[in-house]
Design a protein around this ligand. Structure first.
Ligand SMILES: [Zn+2]
Length: 415
C-alpha cells in the first residue's frame, strides 16, 4: 500500500474512496505545488466540507484521480506538472442548462433591461428558430457553448430539450445532446406547444405519449416547467409519472416566478432536483431539507430578468442541499459561466465563498446523483480546474476576471 490521503491527512479516515491507496504507477502524472486544493472530502485536509489541503498535489492515472495529499509526500511519478502555487478545484458540474437551440433573444433582453416585464412567452421565439434550424446548425451551436463553458471550468453538464415541442424536434434535440453528455433531460413540457394553444390537455397527452416514446431512448431525466403560464401541479405530476414508467428520473423547474406546487411535487416524486426555488414557503424549505431532492439555484436567471434573488442562506440554514448552476439559455440566462454564478451567490444570496464553490461542484453532482464527479479524491474522475489565484475564494473576490487557466477532463489537459 502506498501512502494516500487518508494516511497523510487523517489516520482515522478509512472509508472508501479515501482509503483507495492502491500503488501509484510510475507512469502516472502528479500535479504538484498546488497552493490550495479543494477535494470536497471532509475527511481530508482542514476537515471542512471542502476538505481543503494546503501545499497539495493530485496524482492522475488514466482518467482517474489516484492520490491526493501534501505535495511533499506525493509519490514518485515520471510525469510532474508544476501548478506554480495556484489553486486547484474540481471541475464545475453544471446541472442545469438548455443548450440545444438556434437564434438568440438580444432584442427581448434589451427591451426587458429598458423597462419591459419578463414573460415566459419568449420561449416561442426560440422554438420557431430551433424548428427552422438544421441538425448541423444545432450541433454547431451546442458545441460552441460547450467549448465556452469548458474554458470557464465546466467539465460535466446537463442539458435539455424543450425548444422543439414536436415529436420529431424534441427527439432530435435529445439525440444531438446525447452525443455530448450522459446527462440529457427530456423537457417536452417546457411550455404548451403553440400548436396546441387551444387544447393544452391534448399537448399533455402528447408529452406523456408519443413524444415520450420517441424521446426516452436518448434521455436520463424528465423535467417539467411547473409554473403559472406553463404546467400546473396536476399536469406536472402526470408528466413526471409517465416519464418514471419509461425509466426517466424526474427533476422540476419549480417556484421560479411565483409560489406554487413545484417544490412539493419534486419532493413527493423523489426528484433529483428542484430547480430555481426562488419563491419558497417555510413548508417548501422544510420539505427540501428533509428530502434527497437538491435545491438548484440559478442566479443567472434572476440577474438577467432583474428578479428577486433566491435565498440560499435560508435553505442552507434549514439543512437543504444546494446546487448552483447557470441555466444557460438564450432567453432568461444567457451565461455559461459558473464563476459568474458563484460571484452572484456570494454577493447577493447569502452564500459563503466555500459554500458557493461546494454547490457548483459537489452540489451539482448531487443534483445529478453522481458520485464520480464534483470531488477530487482517489477513484473520482480526473476533472479539475487550475485557477490563476492562490485560492478558490478569488472566484467571488475577483468577479468577472478570467481566472481559469487550465482545465483537465478525464485526465487530459483540454484547456
Ligand atoms: Zn431552466
Amino acid at each position: 500500500m502506498n501512502t494516500g490521503p487518508a494516511a497523510t491527512n487523517n489516520p482515522a479516515a478509512s472509508s472508501a474512496p479515501t482509503s483507495a491507496n492502491s500503488a501509484v504507477a510510475k507512469t502516472a502524472t502528479a500535479i504538484v505545488n498546488i497552493a490550495s486544493l479543494v477535494t470536497n472530502d471532509p475527511s481530508l485536509g482542514d476537515h471542512t466540507p471542502l476538505g481543503l489541503i494546503q501545499d497539495a498535489a493530485v496524482v492522475i492515472d488514466g482518467d482517474r484521480v489516484v492520490w491526493v495529499g501534501e505535495s511533499s509526500k506525493a509519490p514518485a511519478t515520471d510525469n510532474r506538472v508544476d501548478a506554480g502555487g495556484r489553486a486547484v478545484i474540481p471541475g464545475f458540474v453544471d446541472s442545469h442548462s438548455h443548450l440545444v437551440f438556434a437564434g438568440d433573444r438580444t432584442a427581448e433582453f434589451n427591451a426587458r433591461m429598458s423597462g419591459e416585464a419578463y414573460k415566459a412567452g419568449g420561449i416561442r421565439t426560440t422554438v420557431a428558430a430551433t424548428r427552422a434550424a438544421s441538425d448541423e446548425d444545432l450541433e454547431r451551436n451546442l458545441t460552441r457553448y460547450l467549448d465556452e463553458a469548458l474554458r470557464q471550468g465546466t467539465t460535466t453538464f446537463e442539458t435539455k430539450s424543450g425548444y422543439g415541442l414536436t415529436v420529431e424536434d424534441e427527439a432530435r434535440a435529445l439525440r444531438i445532446a446525447a452525443a455530448h453528455t450522459d446527462e440529457v433531460t427530456y423537457l417536452g413540457a417546457h411550455i404548451v406547444s403553440p400548436d396546441y394553444a387551444d387544447d393544452p390537455a391534448a399537448y399533455v397527452d402528447l408529452v406523456t405519449g408519443g413524444m415520450l416514446d420517441a424521446c426516452a431512448p436518448y434521455a436520463r431525466w424528465i423535467d417539467v416547467f411547473c409554473e403559472k403560464g406553463a404546467f400546473d401541479g396536476d399536469q406536472a405530476r402526470a408528466i413526471l409519472a409517465a416519464g418514471k414508467v419509461k425509466g426517466l428520473h424526474p427533476r422540476v423547474h419549480a417556484n421560479q416566478l411565483t409560489y406554487g406546487p413545484g417544490v412539493q411535487l419534486a419532493v413527493e416524486l423523489d426528484a433529483a432536483s428542484a430547480d430555481h426555488c426562488t419563491h419558497l414557503t417555510d413548508e417548501d424549505v422544510d420539505a427540501l431539507a428533509n428530502s434527497s431532492t437538491v435545491a438548484t439555484l440559478l442566479p443567472g436567471a434572476e440577474f438577467s430578468t432583474r428578479a428577486q434573488w433566491p435565498n440560499a442562506r435560508r435553505l442552507l440554514d434549514a439543512g437543504a442541499t444546494v446546487a448552483l448552476s447557470t441555466d444557460c439559455n438564450p432567453g432568461s440566462s444567457f451565461t455559461s459561466s459558473v464563476p459568474f454564478c458563484i460571484a452572484l451567490a456570494v454577493r447577493d444570496m447569502g452564500m459563503t465563498p466555500n459554500e458557493a464553490l461546494w454547490s457548483a461542484t459537489a452540489g451539482g453532482a448531487a443534483a445529478l446523483r453522481r458520485t464520480d464527479v464534483g470531488r477530487l479524491t482517489p477513484g473520482a474522475r480526473a476533472d479539475l480546474t487550475v485557477l490563476d489565484a492562490p485560492s478558490h475564494v478569488h472566484l467571488a473576490y475577483r468577479p468577472g476576471v478570467p481566472l481559469v487557466t487550465e482545465v483537465w477532463r478525464k485526465g487530459v489537459r483540454v484547456v
